[in-house]
Design a protein around this ligand. Structure first.
Ligand code: GLN
Ligand code: ZN
Length: 505
């Protein structure tokens, strides 16, 4: 991260202390997840003698095969600076963040596999590079690698000219809805007719919440016919709809029973994505995810959610929220191609989601939630890179809904706190309503508004923590709402939980 001079000095002092305490051992300092500063590279010419440089030329965070020829050239350049026996070939970080072994992938075709390297393959790459640097180059291994790199570059599976054209035109431009948010909210209110303090939930209900004992719950998906599956999902949705009507919720959700995961579900229906069978990586604690691999230009061959959302809408006279995952979250929770800048891939996903938003609107869905749970998470470590990331991330979000009518209400939802430093970017997303994690950090979000930040759109700061089994009292929830009302400039305060309810029975 960006460190102050006194923090850097503390490192110097601490490591000097460690080294003297560990006489006879070497201390290896790993910096990862961001580059050293350009200044650090410049001073590499004065690399301290007697120290080793571990060069992390094999990316530990992604799943792409290394460009061995390019890496070897970098290593040779470094070697001429730091000295012949002072250079160690390494991965850029621990291999915790990448999938384990390509050998376990039975469903990926050989061509795609030749473009990939999981942890086990990265170790082989590191070894091959070290050997080549020492003059024992495995020519066959290097030329197979070069052929794979070339086939990836020119493959028609990777390149879709129409998509590239549409996406590349977006950079540096601006897209926003023509009418401002307060006028839009008025138009929406005429149509939706919501009460003061409208209530809603974030999307998911407990998976197969009410299907206990039914055939679908006990048999694998592959053994269920399409008709059985659709019937079971419809039953599930209708139970979730009825529950919400009984509870007198104002804007309903369908419960997302058909989704495995909020990113995988969309990735499976988009072109340019591949899926592993065993490519699990740790998310946090014992939780793991299986991120999709974005290997090619992204497009949406068919509507993805329209059938389920309109089916759900047909079951109620209340507004049913269409539920989508936003482009930035799909990007941040996938393994992203490294042969073009991330913003280009994000724009491609944004255009695919835009198609879906417009199809939902055509199908009569008046409220559409575009989840950007991971927008904050993608913020680069270096402050100097924040502005550019936020600019294209927020722009990508706006692109998804730039083409719709004023009367269609766009919600977005964001998890995890610490939004204060990016609140202006959140406002710039120009959603009509934002539902936001808040119950774990009450005062934090309030303080932004106390400090005078104006937020003219609808806002639903979560009134209870869905990750906790504790049920807050009515008074506690009412108290939170009162506190918010005291400081908010917002036209509309929404009342909703912190996040989706899939973890709550
Ligand atoms: N709509 C999603 C759900 O309710 C949102 C999940 C999330 O924000 N992580 O499950
Ligand atoms: Zn959430």
């Amino acid at each position: 991260m960006d460190l102050e001079a006194h923090q850097l000095q503390a490192f110097t002092d601490a490591y000097a202390e460690l080294e003297s305490a560990l006489s006879g051992s070497n201390v290896l300092v790993e910096t990862y997840f961001a580059d050293l500063t350009p200044e650090a590279y410049k001073t590499l010419s004065g690399f301290p003698s007697g120290k080793y440089l571990f060069a992390g030329v094999v990316d530990g965070r992604n799943i792409w095969a290394n460009d061995l020829a390019a890496s070897l050239a970098i290593l040779q350049g470094l070697e001429s600076i730091v000295g012949k026996d002072k250079l160690v070939v390494s991965t850029s970080c621990s291999l915790l963040h990448t999938a384990v072994d390509l050998v376990n992938e039975t469903k990926l075709d050989d061509e795609l596999k030749s473009w990939l390297a999981f942890a086990a393959q990265k170790v082989v790459e590191v070894n091959a590079l070290a050997k080549a640097l020492a003059g024992q180059k495995d020519e066959a291994f290097f030329s197979a690698n070069a052929a794979a790199q070339a086939s990836r570059k020119s493959s028609p599976r990777v390149n879709n000219e129409a998509v590239q054209k549409a996406a590349s035109g977006l950079k540096g431009s601006d897209h926003r809805r023509a009418t401002n948010v307060s006028a839009r909210l008025d138009a929406q209110q005429k149509k939706l007719n919501l009460p003061a303090l409208p209530t809603t939930t974030i999307g998911s209900f407990h998976k197969l919440w009410s299907l206990g004992g039914s055939a679908v719950n006990t048999r694998p998906r592959s053994e269920i016919t399409e008709e059985e599956y659709v019937k079971a999902m419809k039953e599930e949705i209708s139970k979730v709809v009825k529950l919400q009507e009984d509870l007198d919720i104002d804007v309903l959700v369908h419960g997302e029973p058909e989704r495995n995961d909020m990113v995988e579900y969309f990735g499976e229906q988009l072109s340019g994505f591949a899926f592993t069978v065993n490519g699990w990586v740790q998310s946090y604690g014992s939780r793991c995810v299986k991120p999709p691999i974005i290997y090619g230009d992204v497009s949406r061959p068919n509507p993805m959610t329209v059938f389920w959302s309109s089916t759900a809408q047909s079951m109620t006279s209340r507004p049913m929220k269409g539920m989508l995952t936003g482009p930035v979250t799909i990007l941040n929770w996938s393994f992203v191609r490294n042969d073009q800048p991330r913003h280009e891939t994000c724009y491609q996903i944004a255009l695919a989601i835009k198609d879906e938003v417009e199809d939902l609107e055509k199908a009569g869905i008046n409220v559409i939630q575009i989840d950007e749970a991971a927008l904050r998470e993608g913020l680069p470590l270096r402050k100097s890179e924040h502005a550019f990331y936020l600019q294209w991330a927020v722009h990508s979000f706006r692109i998804t809904n730039v083409g719709i009518q004023d009367t269609t209400q766009i919600h977005t939802h964001m998890c995890y706190s610490n939004f204060n430093d990016i609140i202006h970017s959140i406002i710039d997303m120009d959603a009509d309503v934002i539902t936001i994690e808040n119950s774990r950090s009450d005062e934090k979000l309030l303080s932004v508004f106390r400090e005078g930040v104006k937020y003219g759109a609808g806002i639903g700061p979560g009134v209870y923590d869905i990750h906790s089994p504790r049920i807050p009292s009515t008074e506690e929830i009412a108290d939170r709402i009162r506190k918010m009302l005291a400081v908010l400039e917002s036209n509309i305060l929404w009342v909703n939980p912190d996040c989706g309810l899939k973890t709550r029975k």
